[in-house]
Design a protein around this ligand. Structure first.
Ligand SMILES: [Zn+2]
Length: 110
């Protein structure tokens, strides 16, 4: 398994995804292996390892990223009544490319 699914598979185009929102620097799409009934992932197109490695020079990108997360979260909340917005760090973070999960519903059996 790759440690950067987003650069290696999604942004390279190797793995096709169903887009939810796309801006110049940010992509939100339906998770290819959803853990929840609604599971959308939002990533910066530029490689950033995690929330902890963001730098001041990323501020503009961060704003664009969070705007997309907000748009997705608003849509999911409107359609499902609730959602969670999560970014994982350390051992919880499988793919070392900053990504935000927007999820709704109960954890699916895998
Ligand atoms: Zn990456």
């Amino acid at each position: 398994m790759s440690s950067d699914f987003y650069c290696d598979e999604v942004l390279s185009g190797k793995t096709e995804v169903t887009k939810v929102v796309e801006t110049e620097n940010v992509l939100a799409y339906y998770h290819t292996k959803p853990s929840y009934p609604v599971h959308i992932v939002t990533i910066p197109k530029k490689h950033i390892s995690s929330l902890l490695t963001l730098e001041d020079s990323d501020n503009e990108l961060l704003l664009e990223l969070m705007h997309v997360v907000k748009t997705v979260a608003a849509k999911v909340t409107e359609e499902n009544g609730a959602c969670r917005v999560i970014t994982n760090l350390g051992d919880y973070q499988d793919s070392k490319h900053l990504h935000w999960h927007v999820i709704s519903g109960k954890l699916l059996n895998s």
